[in-house]
Design a protein around this ligand. Structure first.
Ligand code: UN1
Length: 534
């Protein structure tokens, strides 16, 4: 990694290389990543990998994996422990760089680096467990055991909204379990990925256990990496991103009889019942919907409220949203910062018209913030940053397109229902099933929601976002293929179970056949049936 100084006063540009088999590769072709806070700020120049480079990374990963799997798990975990220490030491500069490169508020950038630290701490100690089982045999002098074995070479493809946390959810357990990784980071955060990779190198990870291949746009490194599955060079793909891309990856893995981990989109419901604490519900709804400018897979898309509280909830939400502080994400007091890229902004711009065409009512008209259209509490550079004001749609029904399709921007829908049955039906009324939340003080309603919601994750009296790093994370339906990340549950994604029989009887024993029958139950006389006599 090198840096290049820009014009006087401007921050330096990071020049990033691919990292293949432990070597830095100078790129022949590159792409630029500019800050969404200021499009004049050239943050990173990164390689456009060739198909050959991606293939080579996978081949080198295969060789490295064999040696790495032989390192005892507690020793592999020491590398993870050192990574955790380095992340803790570099938390502030890494968070600041992530904020500059992809625009998330500094407070949240620190939180997402902390999520990676939590992950490293968890898996450092997991290296001393990785438990298998001892299982009783049905035969004497015989023992049965189970072992977790690594799957091999894992292709990892990640999104830009959590550029340290989400890669760590995949790479940390994959490496701990004895796999090697070829990682294609998001083109929205290639510099953050390179800094994260540098910490792995400094933590003492052997060459080739992680390789990084950068690229931008369709038909580039990400696609080349997925193609390696058909060439037999990958054993698994772990992907966080859109449902459309996840489906394609699932198809490629399926025809190769491999299990991918797919963490896809969400249209997450937040239910407010008539008995809810409205102060709490308003805080939770605002944060779930507009935190990170709505650019989390766990962001709230539909606020589903009982008709008894809808008028007051609406009034309070609109009032509070109007006053949100939008702007420079380096400002500690900001509510949300810019869009991560123009594509997300353009989708969100288009969503406004879709809502209006469907008959929804704009209660708060969020539009792009440019010079001259700044909202009340705006603190950014409207001419150079990619900003948008908060948008709230009212009179939304679940059949409208805006209630069904993920938007990934600062927008939320208000859906009115009558009672808990209708609330749960609406909450389950999209093809997605990632996260969900309910605000109520009634224990019976909490229980019903937990039992009947189709989402993989549910909060009671808290936000749809903010999953902790040691609980299973993942969704159902269009939100994923029901694999889970984090905690002990992710171990199943990066290991295969092996069963071992150890027979010390000194003679051939046959399972299911050489059984001693200790039963003295009186057997029924089936001879007539068996012999065919009546
Ligand atoms: C994502 O948006 O892909 O639960 C991950 C949360 C965060 C992770 C979000 N801990 O909101």
């Amino acid at each position: 990694m090198q840096t290049q100084t820009q014009a006087a006063g401007a921050p330096a540009t990071l020049l990033v290389s691919n990292w293949i088999g432990g070597e830095e590769r100078r790129p022949s072709k590159t792409f630029e990543r500019r800050s969404p806070v200021n499009r004049d700020d050239l943050v990173t120049i990164a390689p456009m990998s060739t198909a050959e480079e991606v293939r080579e990374a996978c081949e080198k990963a295969r060789a490295a994996q064999k040696a790495w799997a032989r390192v005892p798990a507690p020793q592999r975990a020491q590398v993870i422990g050192r990574l955790g220490h380095l992340l803790t030491r570099e938390k502030e500069p890494l968070s600041r760089f992530a904020t500059r490169e992809m625009g998330k508020p500094i407070r949240e950038a620190r939180g997402s680096v902390q999520e990676a630290i939590d992950t490293a701490e968890f898996f450092q100690s997991e290296g001393r467990r990785l438990y298998g089982q001892t299982v009783p045999s049905e035969l004497p002098h015989k023992e049965l055991f189970t072992y977790r074995r690594p799957v091999g070479v894992v292709g990892v493809i990640t999104a830009g909204n959590f550029p340290v946390a989400v890669p760590s959810w995949k790479i940390v357990p994959a490496v701990l379990c004895g796999n090697s990784v070829v990682w294609k980071p998001s083109d929205d955060a290639p510099g953050t990925a390179a800094l994260f990779a540098d910490l792995w190198r400094r933590a003492g990870l052997p060459a080739g256990v992680i390789s990084i291949v950068h690229g931008a746009g369709a038909g580039s490194a990400g696609q080349y990496l997925v193609e390696q599955m058909d060439h037999g060079l990958l054993d698994k793909i772990s992907f966080t991103g859109s449902t459309a891309v996840g489906r394609k990856i699932g198809e490629v893995c399926g025809r190769n009889l491999k299990r991918p981990s797919l963490e896809l989109g969400g249209k997450n419901p937040l239910v407010v019942l008539a008995d809810a604490n409205l102060d709490l519900a308003v805080d939770g709804a605002l944060w779930s919907s507009f935190g990170t400018a709505g650019q989390r897979c766990t962001s709230c898309g539909n606020i589903i409220a009982d008709k008894r509280v809808m008028p007051e909830l609406t009034a309070r939400l609109v009032e509070r949203a109007r006053k949100l502080a939008v702007g420079d994400p380096n400002d500690e007091s900001i509510d949300y910062g810019p869009f991560i890229n123009e594509r997300f902004r353009d989708n969100w711009v288009a969503q406004r018209q879709v809502g209006l065409d469907d008959g929804a009512k704009l209660l708060l008209d969020g539009v792009p913030i440019t010079n001259g259209t700044e909202i009340d509490k705006f603190s950014g550079d409207a001419a150079r940053g990619i900003y948008g004001g908060p948008r709230i749609f009212g009179s939304v029904t679940m059949s409208m397109r805006i209630a069904q399709v993920e938007c990934f921007g600062p927008t939320v829908n208000l859906v009115e229902v009558d009672g808990i049955d209708a609330a749960i039906e609406a909450a389950n009324g999209t093809p997605y099933g990632l996260s969900s939340a309910i605000y109520t003080n009634d224990a019976a309603s909490m229980l019903r929601f937990k039992e009947e919601i189709g989402a993989g994750m549910s909060s009671i009296n808290n936000s749809t976002t903010g999953a902790e790093a040691h609980l299973p994370f993942g969704g159902n339906g269009w939100s994923g293929n029901e694999t889970r990340e984090s905690g002990i549950w992710v171990l199943d994604a990066y290991t295969r179970w092996q069963s071992v029989n150890v027979d010390l009887a000194g003679k051939l024993q046959l399972a299911q056949i050489d059984l001693v029958d200790h039963a003295d139950l009186e057997a029924p006389d089936w001879s007539a049936i068996v012999d065919g006599k009546t």
